[in-house]
Ligand binder design. Sequence first.
Ligand code: ZN
Length: 64
Amino acid sequence: MSWGLFQKPGTRELHVIPLEDLREHECGKGCWCRPAEDDEEPVVNRHNAMDGREAFERGERLLS
Ligand SMILES: [Zn+2]
């Protein structure tokens, strides 16, 4: 399982998108997964994997 970094055409927006996810992602803030802006780099939008893989890579869901 891996992630890809994409730039939205015509903008400075960057999108970190899970590759081969269960559902295809849209390279934009309107994606179904409700991408979140990175805390340190707001141009970076982090998408949420439908298969939950980010829970293992980001360690942010320990409280849930
Ligand atoms: Zn997405």
